[in-house]
Design a protein around this ligand. Sequence first.
Ligand code: SAM
Length: 233
Amino acid sequence: MVFHVITIFPEFFRGPFDYGVVARAAQAGKLRIEIHNLRDWTGDRHKTVDDRPFGGGEGMVLKPEPIFHAVESILPDRNEQDRVILLSPQGRLFDQREAVRLSRYRRLVLICGRYEGVDERVAEHLADEELSIGDYVLSGGELAAAVVIDAVARLVEGVLGNEQSALRESFQDPEAPALLDYPQYTRPAEFRGWKAPEVLLSGNHEEIRRWRRQAALAKTARMRPELLEKLRN
Ligand code: SAM
């Protein structure tokens, strides 16, 4: 899978993908992350990417031409295995289900907005979809793109060492996708007087499975009761 990021701050991505499973997967050739500087697709001496909003108002807006040129030259053979995504607080909310959906594409292009946002013609005529990582406003799409890439990349086949470990995480249990993960414990079995649940040390796999299901339900009820509502409906 290839992720293409279009940004006016390419340096922003020095770091986020240099660690852990995503970095290892990139080194092993399981995925590729290409960062593109939007200014490379400008035609003027000043490499202008923004302009004042029509109708007045605060700030600047990213112009459509460089973004259209960028996407059209990154994906000259664009087809249904590609997805062009505009990061935007006005987009559909990104969650684990969305991550699974996006992991099935061959190439994702992520357009990072800045300033007051992006000329609406990008959302209407270039992007396949707008995606938001939450109901808050960030100062740019770069952090959002990094979040989307990280969540999607770990679902790409072969990225996680143990294929099973992506299968039963929070929001990802095939039998109950609205559940949070069960609590995890490791050595020492007792720390400052707090004991790990004995059942986890018992070696009884059926008991452990049952305890984990109960503990996941209890934690979901405590932390995210609205998810259980979803499960019931
Ligand atoms: N004026 C816009 C609005 O109120 O909807 C906000 C623009 S925001 C300051 C600048 C850029 O940050 C956006 O174009 C988008 O790319 C990115 N951004 C901000 N919040 C985001 C979010 N919750 N999810 C995804 N991208 C976001």
